[in-house]
Design a protein around this ligand. Structure first.
Ligand code: GLV
Ligand code: MN
Ligand code: MN
Length: 415
């Protein structure tokens, strides 16, 4: 029977496609810099489209540039099963974060085509635009618009560090589609992703069955002081924004530790003005990322940060502004989709465990509008958002096989 446990995807073919994609937008240390809406992103999209067309898939593109590659089902009116992730990367990203989930979706289609297997429900492989949120905050921007969390025009107005807008850049690279965002309905969505943490590798487990995702709050802090000479300004006369940023950075760490092990927090992006070695910084703009699986903890961390930052700014004499630039609540994935993943791992004989996603994923937003769940595979040393991010071929094969069986089981095999 077509969905029997001996039906396997081609792990070598999947791996070769990941390596082929990684040639586009190489980083400086073996990883990738294929940030959203850059020329490299456009090149990666074009390659993915060529691969989809070679499999006879019909490509649709929505107004956020999200790509939907559809394999028809026996019942064209049946809602499709979606499978995918993202092809954009961090500026110093790895080869697998996101890419694995999209190309594993393609590998499912390749396997079905090769074996001439027909499913009742169509299968749609998705590449969500701007999952990473580095260039344009917040992360998971297109899936957020799709799920009705953000307005389309608000998303178009997001600006990168050079003042370019998301909408203009999307048009510039030629991927502003016609489809209304969120118009496509679906039966379910599945996303395969590397764990980006150490649990599966440490425990020697093949598959993470993701039941929950932690929530987050992203804050952007602006501290304004006064630029002055680092040599001639007496210590009592300084209004040093850099000092305020350092103290708040320390506070973020303390707050996160106070909730350990159920919370994390860090300052990621910092801009120091004017960034000269002999000028006391007059202005600092920096971002804070707080996360926890418990919403009350996130609320507490943000409140304590605000209170502490106010105190620090007052002590130094700085003007303080705090803006929320991203947020989502902890997520509980759909029981039926989670079961499909667990059953697939069991049937294929892979070791598996329940896991909570530490990172944000497009699946977290899509879960609001359709039954959704995620599969995870280990990554070496739990390292991600680093060019040295690495996985083993057999890990990606196992993850894609579990994904395959969960998707095909949900889509229903004809005959
Ligand atoms: C997305 O990569 C995130 O920040 O979790
Ligand atoms: Mn990702
Ligand atoms: Mn990422």
């Amino acid at each position: 029977m077509a969905t029997a446990s001996n039906l396997r995807i081609d792990g070598d073919r999947l791996w070769d496609s990941i390596m082929e994609m990684a040639k586009i937008g190489p980083g400086v240390a073996g990883g990738n810099n294929r940030q959203t809406l850059t020329d490299e992103d456009a090149e990666g999209r074009a390659l993915f489209r060529r691969w989809c067309e070679a499999e006879g898939l019909e490509m649709g593109v929505d107004r956020m540039g999200t790509m939907f590659a559809r394999r028809e089902g026996a019942d064209p009116d049946a809602l499709p099963v979606m499978v995918g992730s993202h092809l954009d990367t961090q500026p110093t990203g790895g080869k697998y974060d996101g890419v694995l989930g999209v190309l594993a979706g393609l590998e499912i289609v390749r396997t079905l085509n090769e074996r001439k297997i027909e499913t009742k429900h169509p299968i749609v492989v998705v590449n969500w635009t701007n999952e990473e949120g580095t260039r344009f905050a917040p992360a998971m921007l297109a899936s957020g618009v799709f799920a009705g969390v953000h307005e389309l025009d608000w998303a178009y107005d997001r600006r990168d560090a050079n003042g370019k807008t998301f909408g203009d850049e999307l048009a510039r690279i030629g991927w502003k589609g016609e489809e209304p965002v969120g118009a496509r309905k679906m039966k379910a969505m599945f996303e395969l992703h590397i764990e980006q943490g150490p649990i599966l590798e440490d425990e020697g487990i093949d598959i993470g069955v993701v039941t929950h995702g932690q929530g987050l709050k992203w804050l952007q802090v602006t501290l304004t002081g006064r630029e002055s000479h680092t040599g001639s300004t007496p210590m009592p006369k300084r209004i040093n924004a850099g000092l305020g940023m350092a103290r708040i950075t320390q506070l973020v760490d303390e707050i996160a530790w106070s909730h350990a092990p159920h919370a994390v927090g860090a300052v990621g992006h910092c801009d120091v003005h004017p960034n000269s070695r002999n000028i006391i910084p007059g202005k600092c703009v920096f971002t804070i990322d707080f996360r926890s699986p418990d919403k009350a903890v996130i609320t507490d961390m943000a409140a304590r940060l605000e209170e502490g930052a106010k105190r620090i700014a007052e002590e130094i004499g700085l003007k303080l502004e705090i803006e929320e630039v991203g947020a989502f609540d902890p997520v509980t994935f759909d029981e039926g989709c989670v079961k499909a993943i667990r059953d697939a791992a069991e049937k294929l004989g892979y070791s598996h465990r329940t896991i909570v996603s530490g990172a944000g994923h497009d699946a977290c937003w899509i879960n609001r509008v359709a039954p959704t769940a995620m599969v995870m595979c280990p990554c070496v040393d739990g390292l991600s958002h680093n060019e040295a991010e690495e996985i083993k071929k057999e890990w990606s094969t196992a993850g894609a096989e579990v994904l395959f069986h969960a998707v095909v089981e949900t889509a229903g095999v004809v005959g």
